[in-house]
Design a protein around this ligand. Structure first.
Ligand code: 2IO
Length: 423
């Protein structure tokens, strides 16, 4: 493609600092932006992104073989097709809905209460580093039925795995580090899989171990890949979504007051957060054959990145797209966590996020617990907001002050001191 993009690059420091101001220009002037350094195409219009994610014949997930499989230790759900995909997806869905989801919500509430306790008397918390990161890992470990005593170790391995999937460019050293994390995680999981095959429980790992596909149980490699898939997909976006929700509500005090008065508005606030600032900004696909978008050709074999953040602010679909409004008439809250969602934060099509209902329940549960505890919540004095990440994106920190809560409780605050304080 000729270079008509006037020097713009998704790899620039400006775009990394804040991509949102570039989205309108991309949609209007460079809806098929070619990035020479990585020979990939970036699509920003809602209709083009939707087309890529729903035309499964023309745009495949083959790129995940190099972008994910090395750290997943086997094929993830998004790579599968046909009857195998349908069967395995169903197994995972069952682990995230119905009775399983109700049990998870109870565990998530207990996790959140335990993790916020040490900060209540202080009246200050970094919602990302003090609370959100451990919370996201705790909730995932609950789902998988893994030991929460190991959370720091699992969190470190997760970071390596997530870095591999979400890096646009990776040095050989970082690549080695990521692969080391994945290998250690696999070695940690194998004895657990062995044990769950013999003594299954109600957790997702047990379901994966005991489920049969065409009368045959999944191999250790297949189970491992789906565990790491769930581990990454449940953990990576969770702290970001929670922190972004709080940021937007703090920035819009009248909407915060409404949500406090009526927590029934939380699903709308979460849906609008996902539309306005999706934690997963990019979804990669591979063009099976030449494809034409807005007069520009994406050649067969090319990697295509769907720009979810740009598509979610397309004025062709959302009125006043750059305004955060939990009451927006075109949000469709009830549909927002389903296949009928207008926003594309969960993707769309066959591979739409299998954890969407879980994500909604998780964030709604933790936010409903935190809001009454964080009275008069506001940014800490001197706090400077900054986001990081091109692929998954969220606040680097969110330092908040609130009215201290002097709860009686025996040892509140002594057990889990944060190791690095940024606030
Ligand atoms: C894990 C970006 C964390 C998924 C991925 C290799 C496949 C797939 C996603 C999301 C979130 C991750 N892709 N979840 O974008 O399972």
């Amino acid at each position: 493609m000729p270079k008509i993009d006037s020097g713009f690059s998704v790899l620039s420091a400006d775009f990394a600092a804040d991509p949102y101001p570039s989205f309108a220009w991309l949609r209007e002037q460079a809806p098929v932006h070619h990035e020479p350094a990585i020979d990939s195409y970036f699509l920003s219009r809602h209709q083009d992104v939707k087309r890529v994610l729903t035309d499964h014949e023309a745009f495949t997930t083959e790129t995940l073989q190099v972008r994910a499989e090395p750290v997943m230790r086997g094929p993830v759900l998004a790579q599968l097709t046909g009857a195998e995909h349908t069967a395995k997806r169903k197994i995972v869905v069952r682990g995230f809905t119905g009775q399983a989801l109700q049990d998870q919500v109870r565990a998530i509430r207990a996790d959140a209460a335990e993790l916020i306790a040490p900060f209540l008397a202080r009246g200050r918390v970094d919602l990302v580093n003090d609370f959100g990161r451990p919370f996201a890992v705790y909730a995932t470990l609950d789902v998988l039925g893994l030991d929460k005593a190991d959370w720091q170790q699992v969190a470190a391995w997760h970071s390596g795995v997530a870095e591999f999937i979400t890096s646009i460019v990776l040095t050989p050293e970082r690549r080695r580090h990521c692969l080391d994390c994945a290998e250690q995680l696999e070695a940690y999981l194998l004895p657990v899989i062995e044990q769950r095959r013999r003594h299954p429980g109600a957790d997702l790992i047990s379901r994966l171990c005991t489920a049969e596909f065409d009368g045959i149980a999944m191999s250790d490699r297949e189970v491992t890949a789906l565990i790491i898939n769930v581990l990454a997909a449940a953990t990576e976006p969770a702290d970001k979504t929670l922190a972004l929700l709080f940021k937007h509500l703090i920035d819009h005090p009248e909407q915060l007051a409404q949500v406090r008065r009526d927590p029934g508005l939380l699903p709308a606030a979460i849906a609008e957060t996902l539309r306005y600032t999706p934690p997963v900004q990019l979804v990669p696909r591979q063009a099976e054959r030449d494809a034409v978008f807005a007069g520009a050709t994406v050649p067969a074999g090319a990697t295509v990145f769907c720009m979810i953040g740009a598509a979610n602010r397309d004025p062709a679909v959302f009125g006043a797209p750059d305004t955060f409004d939990i009451h927006r008439p075109d949000l469709g809250t009830a549909r927002s966590f389903s296949a009928a969602a207008q926003h594309l934060a969960f993707g769309t099509g066959l591979h739409q996020c299998v954890g969407a209902a879980f994500a909604r329940a998780e964030i709604e549960t933790v936010a409903a617990l935190l809001l009454p505890l964080l009275d008069r919540v506001r940014y800490s004095p001197g706090f400077r907001y900054r986001e990081t990440g091109l692929y998954t994106r969220g606040p680097a920190a969110l330092c908040l002050d609130f009215t201290p809560v002097h709860a009686p409780g025996p040892d509140s605050g002594t057990s889990r001191r944060p190791d690095r304080r940024r606030c």
